[in-house]
Design a binder for this molecule. Sequence first.
Ligand code: CMP
Length: 140
Amino acid sequence: MAVERTLSIIKPDATARNLTGAIAKMFEDAGLRIVASKRIHLTPAQAGKFYEVHAERPFYGELCEFMASAPVVVQVLEGENAVAKNREVMGATNPAEAAEGTVRKAFALSIGENSVHGSDSAENAAIEIAFFFSGLELVG
Ligand code: CMP
């Protein structure tokens, strides 16, 4: 199995409820290592750039506004099959469909306010990590 890195975002609904530590613990308990972490407050334009792939979706405006509504914690998670493992720990996008024991089952409020984002492929992980972090900030 390959050691990978993936980009995780703890979203505004979760930071607002003081869930950063609880969510980070779920990643660590699953064997993922947090090799970079910072708390930032995105502007709507920055959120729009990050989610630009969804620009044509009807929820894009709402998504950008929400992501800029309060601080987020962006993290790089490292481990064996980190992309898939992180998605397993997060659970389904829609919390109504998320499995027991996942972050979204435990904490998400709705499909929009779903507590966490995780890269969906190794290729996108590299792009998303570079969006938020310089190489100097990744400390294995
Ligand atoms: P995320 O994994 O961050 O990737 C894109 C986000 O868009 C997704 O999580 C959801 O939070 C959001 N999203 C997806 N579908 C909807 C929807 N139908 N309504 C509102 N937000 C959505």
